[in-house]
Design a protein around this ligand. Structure first.
Ligand SMILES: NC(=O)C1=CN([C@@H]2O[C@H](COP(=O)(O)OP(=O)(O)OC[C@H]3O[C@@H](n4cnc5c(N)ncnc54)[C@H](O)[C@@H]3O)[C@@H](O)[C@H]2O)C=CC1
Length: 486
């Protein structure tokens, strides 16, 4: 195994790497080859206790610093990440299998954006003054929640860790972060870098493990808030467990988002949108627009262009700069995707292109394009989390909107049209948290991101995230005698 990918130890606690070899073995597999590239241990109760105790102690010290001081640390961390983008991207590629052409522009860089942006916001956080009668007034204090737990999915390990850490730390909280058991390496680097940037030891800790470890963290009374990125069923379990302790939550969950392409759309842009909405990160993106509703008049032209553009996809070695499609994250995830493709064929959809295993090793699968998909088919109802694009035909705007919204999910939605009045009508009508006009799947840190309906609770990014990592205390100040009925 390449020596550089084996971290010094499994966990990062109180400013340093930590190990407890009595924890279960956690092998790290490179999805492009199936080879083991590192070997870690799952956190034991002793490790979790150390992490939570360190976070609790560090949080008090951190919250006592001014917003300007906290912001400076976050911005310094952003600079370090940018300077090390290449190494961090190589690590992300090995953790996830995503091509280096993606990881160099969308992962560590996105983490740096979040740390920089929330680092700039930190000094501006404040309360307000509310005048009342008789000279009384109330002022509010924006206070941190305390120790926050972050639970990550495997598709964007660096980005997810930073999207949670940046607003949490900006507000004066500490964090214990548990990456997905599939991709445990990247968050450790973020922890190292934050310490290097001046964060107090214990402010951001990383512990490894699967659902059991997550469950123990959520249940711990020292934890004030839980932020999960994961599937809807996991979200339901974590939300329920957090409710036991009346803990704050952010739930960034899955989806089955619609992308609506009208006849008047700029065809090549709409095809690009559909590719971004289905094949980026080999389809392993929560906000993917996997139900592509195409107005009947351009159906053939749209399918022809998607098919032709799929010929340009380069599937293969993720470390090759020319590669645009890497493997799935795991053999298990590829098997899930293959089952869905088989179900699509079985239920009568037309597999226009792709969908077959490829490569001699690793977990590769060709992107798949389905036509003649109808609303009731399994591939149109369930989140696949793989490179499977389903085209559904429609006739009218009203019909497209109704069908787009006919899902329990509500993470994202997109529309391609040259008619801007219609574009805004659709954006207003979509039951989804993140909507797009004439583009898809861009997630700048400036914009709030999160789901409606079963796709989640709360928002990450943007000023909105502050509301989910802080709370307001009101202080009533009397200016006259204190009156009582007797
Ligand atoms: N809305 C969003 O921002 C995003 C959502 N996702 C969603 O994530 C899913 C794929 O990621 P996976 O890692 O397979 O999700 P998952 O739901 O299996 O796991 C997510 C995390 O929760 C942990 N976990 C599992 N059970 C737990 C429990 N009972 N208590 C506490 N923690 C527990 C896992 O170990 C992991 O760290 C997809 O559904 C996808 O849509 C992925 C990326 C972004």
């Amino acid at each position: 195994m390449p020596e550089s990918l084996q971290p010094e130890a499994s966990h990062f606690i109180d400013g340093a790497y930590a190990e407890d070899a009595s924890g279960d073995l956690l092998p790290v597999i490179y999805p492009a080859t199936g080879a083991e590239i590192a070997r870690l241990h799952t956190a034991t109760p002793a490790i979790l206790d150390r992490a939570l105790a360190a976070a609790k102690r560090a949080q008090a010290e951190w919250a006592a610093r001014t917003g300007a001081e906290r912001g400076r640390v976050l911005r310094r961390a952003a600079e370090i990440i940018r300077a090390r983008n290449q190494d961090l991207s190589v690590l992300e590629t090995h953790d996830t299998g995503k091509p280096i052409s993606e990881t160099t522009v969308a992962d560590a860089t996105s983490a740096a954006d979040a740390l920089e942006w929330f680092g700039c916001l930190a000094p501006t956080l404040s309360g307000e003054h509310i005048p009342l009668s008789g000279g009384d007034f109330v002022y509010t204090r924006r206070e941190p929640l305390g120790v926050c737990v972050g639970l990550g999915a495997w598709n964007y390990p660096t980005q997810i860790a930073a999207w949670k850490a940046a607003p949490a730390l900006a507000c004066g909280n500490a964090m214990v972060f548990k990456p997905s058991e599939e991709t445990p390496l990247c968050a450790l680097k973020l922890a190292e870098i934050l310490v290097e940037a001046g964060a107090p030891p214990g402010l951001f800790n990383v512990v490894q493990g699967a659902g059991e470890v997550g469950r123990a963290l959520v249940a711990d009374p020292r934890v004030a808030k839980v932020s999960l990125t994961g599937s809807v069923p996991t979200g339901q379990r974590v939300y329920a467990a957090a409710a036991e302790g009346m803990k704050h939550v952010t739930m960034e969950l899955g989806g089955k988002s619609p992308l609506v392409v009208f006849e008047d759309a700029e065809l090549e842009d709409a095809v690009s949108g559909a590719i971004m909405a289905n094949f980026y990160s080999t389809g392993q993106v929560c906000s993917n627009g996997t139900r592509v509703f195409v107005q009947r008049g351009i159906r053939e032209a749209f399918l022809d262009r998607v098919t032709a553009r799929m010929d340009d996809a380069v599937i293969g070695d993720p470390m090759d700069a020319a590669t645009t499609i890497g493997p799935m994250v795991s053999a298990r995830q590829r098997a899930i995707v293959e089952d869905y493709i088989a179900k699509g064929v079985e239920e009568g959809a037309t597999l226009v292109k792709g969908g077959h295993r490829t490569g001699n090793e690793g977990f590769f699968i060709e992107p798949a394009l389905f036509a003649d998909v109808t609303d009731g088919m399994t591939i149109a109802r369930e989140e696949i989390f793989g490179p499977v694009l389903s085209v559904l035909d429609f006739d009218t705007e009203e019909e497209a909107l109704a069908r787009a919204n006919a899902t329990p999910y509500g993470l994202a939605a997109g529309v391609f049209t040259r008619d801007m009045a219609r574009a805004h009508r659709m954006a207003a009508g979509f039951q989804a948290g993140a909507t797009y006009i004439n583009t898809y799947n861009l997630t700048p840190v400036e914009a709030p991101f999160g789901g409606s309906k079963t796709s989640g609770v709360g928002r990450e990014n943007g000023k909105a995230a502050i509301e989910f990592y802080s709370e307001l205390k009101s202080v009533y100040v009397a200016n006259g005698p204190c009156e009582a009925p007797f």
